[in-house]
Design a protein around this ligand. Structure first.
Ligand SMILES: Cc1cc2nc3c(=O)[nH]c(=O)nc-3n(C[C@H](O)[C@H](O)[C@H](O)COP(=O)(O)O)c2cc1C
Length: 305
């Protein structure tokens, strides 16, 4: 047993280690119950939960690309009633903070879902999905600082839970959106959501995704995500949960060195559902081997080449 302090703080949310899951890549925690004991994670971030049930986009919804995947799931989920009745009771059976990912079509939608979660005690933090590229207008909130702030402010009024604003890389300068969210009362930021792209089957001369566009994730996006984290770390004071292409412990450590307080394993879960556990152990080992008694010492510790 090492003596490294692995606990990190996201607003008032205390995580036993800096590792959570990327929303939409780990379901609602029960799918991998025989592989990943939830109480080992720093937090579990679950799939998006909307006001009403959503069927998502028609197939084909996922295609593989070089070093990643394109997805156009379109926020398929059972809605807040289903989450409260069928998902939260299972998740609450573990000693693991729950971060619920919340999208919405307008600020009232976001606030409605967060209010229900708060009243039911069915989450420990909310991650506002301002940045889903796979639904019409899904990116509006993450590409306009005023709109992003309007969602954060509406949610801030209805909960004392930590509010995490999830940002998109599909912008000219992510720092402007980050600052707007901080000023509107966000406790933390998470980044990045997927990068908009497409894929074509040249033999059929057709788009591969029914939705035409999808969100790129996996190792291909890691350099974009790292730069987003580092830029925002130098712009805001609130903590950042970094994600985008993490496939091994050293990837996660890069995110922490760039300024992330915590990290999320996303697409990597599709390659190995136990990736988060490997990343937790690997971060701890790295701290021991490099003489860090506290994992927080890694945050933003990168220096010039
Ligand atoms: C299949 C799939 C579904 C996703 N669903 C959501 C979602 O519901 N809400 C959300 O905020 N992000 C969603 N994401 C984005 C991830 O949480 C993450 O931000 C992104 O994939 C980058 O991390 P990664 O490269 O490690 O996957 C999804 C990603 C994938 C691949």
């Amino acid at each position: 047993m090492s003596t490294v302090n692995m606990t990190v703080q996201i607003g008032s949310l205390k995580m036993r280690n800096p590792v959570t899951t990327g929303s939409g890549t780990f379901g609602f925690g029960s799918e991998t119950k025989d592989l990943v004991p939830l109480d080992r994670l720093g937090a579990v971030t679950v799939k998006a939960t909307t006001r009403e049930r959503r069927l998502g986009n028609p197939p084909q919804r996922i295609v593989e690309t070089a070093s990643g995947i394109l997805n156009a799931i379109g926020l398929q989920n059972g809605g807040i009633d289903d989450y409260l009745a069928n998902k939260a009771p299972y998740l609450r059976g573990f000693d693991c903070p729950i971060i619920v990912n919340v999208p919405g079509e307008n600020p009232n939608d976001f606030a409605y879902v967060v209010e229900r979660l708060t009243a039911a005690g069915a989450a420990d933090a909310v991650e506002l999905n301002l940045s889903c590229p796979n639904v019409s207008h899904g990116l509006d909130y993450a590409t306009d600082p005023q709109l992003a702030a309007s969602v954060v402010a509406a949610v801030r009024k209805v909960t004392s839970m930590p509010v995490i604003a999830k940002l998109s890389p599909n912008v000219t300068d992510i720092r402007v959106i980050a600052k707007a969210c901080e000023d509107a009362g966000a406790d933390a930021l998470s980044m990045i959501n997927t990068v908009v792209g497409t894929a074509i089957d040249p033999r059929k001369r057709k788009f591969r995704l029914a939705n035409i566009t999808g969100g790129l994730s996996g190792p291909a996006v890691k350099p974009i995500a790292l730069l987003a984290v580092w830029r925002c770390y130098n712009t805001v004071k609130i903590p950042i949960i970094g994600m985008g292409g993490i496939a091994c412990p050293l990837d996660a450590i890069e995110f922490m060195l760039a300024g992330a307080t915590a990290v999320a394993c996303g697409t990597g879960n599709f390659v190995d559902p136990t990736l988060s556990l490997e990343v937790i152990d690997g971060i701890e080992k790295y701290c021991v081997e490099n003489g860090f008694a506290d994992v927080n010492a890694l945050i933003g510790a990168v220096t010039a080449a």
